[in-house]
Design a protein around this ligand. Sequence first.
Ligand SMILES: [Zn+2]
Ligand SMILES: [Zn+2]
Length: 263
Amino acid sequence: MRLCAVGLVVLIFIAACAPMPIPTQTAPATTVVAPTLQRVRAVFAAPTDTPTGAATSTRAAVVTPTPQVVWRGDLHMHTVCSDGANTYDEMAQRAIDLHFDFIAITDHVGIAERDCHNESLIKCAAETRLVCFPGAELTARLHLLAIGIHQRIDPKLPLNAWVAEIHRQGGLAIAAHPYDPRWKYTEDELYHSGLDAMECARGKPADNQLQWQLSDRFNLPCVYNSDAHYQKDLGWRYNVCSVPIKSLADLKAALIARQCRMN
Ligand SMILES: [Zn+2]
Ligand SMILES: [Zn+2]
């Protein structure tokens, strides 16, 4: 009983001497310390650490996401060696300026073919600044891109013989702007020719719709090209691939796996 009385007196004394609590002092003490700790933790936290919700938002503000690396390229362009206005060097330089990683030179074979065609293909094959696939646009009843070939192909051959010859040379056969009303072939002929891919999105919106539907029906990969006849026309339409395109084998695998899309 005597101890209780003493305790009571001590408590009353402490209460009387202690400063009056100011409610607003307690709250700032917490809010100042906690964010500081969280910020330090967020900056130095290992990537596998699981921060609290507050730390997550702080970390998102200080970590820059890694940009996705893509490979860009155009598989259809012309030079002065057929009906284009610029030389091989001018087209290649423009492609480099546009940060393309790969191109194909596809001068016409069958119309407007010029003497420098072979010279252009040799320059393309020897290119070191970007990947250049020597090619041609076989031009007769329809236009067919022969990508990665090394010998001229007779434009008078029928479609399935074109494709067979392109494959014999290790190349890729790609139908160019297949919905052009000038072309004389049936969808059946096209389907059974053994094509590797077809150009989509190369015409009016209604034609593009048909080309996408056709690629779906044929289960053929789409490619997206400019068909540039002038240096200035490069860059309006090209392929954006999510895997490196350093060889024809890379290109073929990327197309089959649908790893290239329209820019
Ligand atoms: Zn064409
Ligand atoms: Zn063309």
